[in-house]
Design a protein around this ligand. Structure first.
Ligand SMILES: Cc1ncc(COP(=O)(O)O)c(C=O)c1O
Length: 400
C-alpha cells in the first residue's frame, strides 16, 4: 500500500509586495459590510465617498457612448477630447496653462498617483509627507522603494502645513514633496501663500511636488486654489485630480495628472504596459462632467458645508471628544484620546473597533493616517444619518 506524499511549496511573495499594507479604509468597509450581511444596521461614517448620485447628464453621456458603440481601446493617455476637456476645465477654474501633451487620464486619482510616484521615486529617495496623510501615499512610496519623511502637523493649528515646516525637512536626498490640500483625513487647507512658498523652494532645489487635488473643489475657506496657477514653477509640479468626489463618480474611476510632458510620457509608458486607457465609456461621461454645467459641483459643496457644521457641532457636544474645524473635503477628524485607559481602550483602533462592534458605527482609526489619537468620520451622508450615528456615539462614549 502506497501512501501519498504531500509536497508543499512555500508561497514566496516579492519583497516589494510585503513592504505594503492593505488600505485601512478598505478594511473598515469590508468589516462594516460583513456586519451588514448579518442583518445588523450599521451607520457608515467609514467610506470616503459622496452620498450624492452621479449627475444625470453624466450618466446620459455614458449611456449614449454605449449606444454609439464607443467601446474600443482609446489612446493610452485618454482621448484627445478628454485631455482637452481636462486642461480646459483646469485652466478656467484655476488659471493653469497646460497643453494636451501635459495631461494624462488614468483609472482614478489613485492610479494617477501610483503611476506618478512610480516614475519619480527610486530606491533610497526621500519623500516629504505631511501627517496625517491619506492612507495610500505611504504605501505607494514604499512600493516604489522610497523612504517617507513624515512632517508632523499641529492639531492646535488645525493640522495646517506651512512652507517653513516643509523646508525644515529638506535634505540632499529629498526627491518629492506630497501635498494634499484640502486634506484627507484632517480637512486642513494650506494657504495659497504656503503652497506658493513650497513650490518656490522645490523649484530652487530641484525637488518634485505632487499636489493631490482630489478635494480641490471642496474647499470651504472661500479661497479655492490650485498650484496649477503658479505657471512659473510648472517644470517641477504634478497636479493630480479626480472626478470621484467633484462629480460624485467614485465608482467610475477617472483621474488625471497635469505635469511636464516628459513625466506624462513616462506615466503613459507605464500605463501602456499595465492598464492601458481608462474605460472608453467613462471617458465620454467625464467629458460631459467637465464640459457641462458646473452647478452640481457648487450645490454639493454647499451641502457639505451644512453637513460639516452639523457633524462638528454634534461631535463637540460629546464630553471628552475634541474636534478641529475641517476647512475642506468631507471628513471630521476628532481626537478621542480622552477615552484611552477607560474600559480597556488603549488606542484609536480600539475606539473604532468597539464603535463598530458595540455601537454599529463605522469609522476609520487614525493609525492608518499616521496619528494615534483620532478617528476619521466621513460626513458625506444625510443629516438624518449623521444624527443616528452621533446619537449612538454619544451613548457609547457616555458609557465609558
Ligand atoms: C486624498 C485622496 N487622493 C486620492 C484619492 C483617490 O480617489 P480616486 O482614485 O477615487 O480618484 C482619494 C480617495 O479617497 C483621496 O482621498
Amino acid at each position: 500500500m502506497s501512501t501519498a506524499v504531500e509536497v508543499t511549496h512555500p508561497i514566496k511573495l516579492t519583497e516589494r509586495i510585503n513592504r505594503i499594507e492593505p488600505s485601512a479604509t478598505m478594511a473598515v468597509v469590508a468589516e462594516a459590510d460583513k456586519l451588514r450581511g448579518q442583518g445588523i444596521d450599521v451607520v457608515d461614517f467609514g467610506a470616503g465617498e459622496p452620498h450624492f448620485a452621479t449627475p444625470a447628464h453624466v450618466k446620459e453621456a455614458a449611456i449614449a457612448a454605449i449606444q454609439a458603440n464607443f467601446s474600443k481601446y482609446t489612446a493610452v493617455a485618454g482621448t484627445a477630447e478628454l485631455r482637452d476637456a481636462i486642461v480646459h476645465r483646469h485652466a478656467v477654474d484655476f488659471d493653469s496653462d497646460c497643453r494636451r501633451e501635459e495631461c494624462i487620464a488614468s483609472v482614478g486619482g489613485k492610479h494617477a498617483l501610483f503611476n506618478a510616484i512610480s516614475v519619480l521615486v527610486d530606491h533610497g529617495d526621500e519623500v516629504i509627507l505631511p501627517v496625517p496623510y491619506w492612507v495610500s501615499f505611504k504605501d505607494m512610496v514604499r512600493y516604489a522603494g522610497g523612504n517617507c519623511v513624515l512632517l508632523e502637523s499641529d492639531e492646535a493649528q488645525g493640522f495646517r502645513v506651512t512652507a517653513d515646516m516643509v523646508a525644515r525637512l529638506v535634505t540632499p536626498r529629498t526627491k518629492l514633496i506630497i501635498l494634499n490640500s484640502p486634506s484627507n483625513p484632517s480637512g486642513a487647507v494650506m494657504s495659497p501663500e504656503d503652497m506658493t512658498a513650497v513650490l518656490q523652494l522645490a523649484h530652487r532645489r530641484g525637488i518634485w511636488v505632487i499636489s493631490d487635488e482630489c478635494y480641490v473643489y471642496l474647499n470651504y475657506t472661500g479661497k479655492r486654489f490650485s498650484v496649477g496657477s503658479l505657471r512659473e514653477y510648472k517644470d517641477r509640479m504634478l497636479v493630480v485630480g479626480s472626478l470621484s468626489k467633484t462629480y460624485a463618480m467614485t465608482g467610475w474611476r477617472l483621474g488625471y495628472t497635469l505635469a511636464p510632458a516628459v513625466i506624462v510620457g513616462a506615466m503613459s509608458k507605464l500605463q501602456s504596459q499595465s492598464t492601458s486607457n481608462p474605460t472608453s465609456i467613462v471617458q465620454k461621461a467625464a467629458v460631459a462632467a467637465l464640459k457641462g454645467s458646473q452647478e452640481c459641483v457648487e450645490q454639493m459643496r454647499q451641502e457639505y458645508i451644512n453637513l460639516r457644521d452639523h457633524v462638528v457641532g454634534g461631535l463637540r457636544a460629546i464630553p471628552g471628544v475634541r474636534c478641529t474645524l475641517p476647512e475642506g473635503a468631507f471628513y471630521a477628524y476628532p481626537n478621542v484620546s480622552e477615552f484611552f485607559g477607560r474600559a480597556g481602550i488603549q488606542s484609536a483602533s480600539d475606539v473604532a473597533g468597539r464603535l463598530l462592534r458595540e455601537a454599529h458605527v463605522a469609522t476609520v482609526p487614525g493609525e492608518g493616517f499616521g496619528t494615534k489619537d483620532h478617528i476619521r468620520i466621513s460626513y458625506a451622508t444625510s443629516i438624518a444619518e449623521l444624527d443616528r450615528g452621533l446619537e449612538r456615539m454619544r451613548k457609547f462614549f457616555g458609557a465609558l
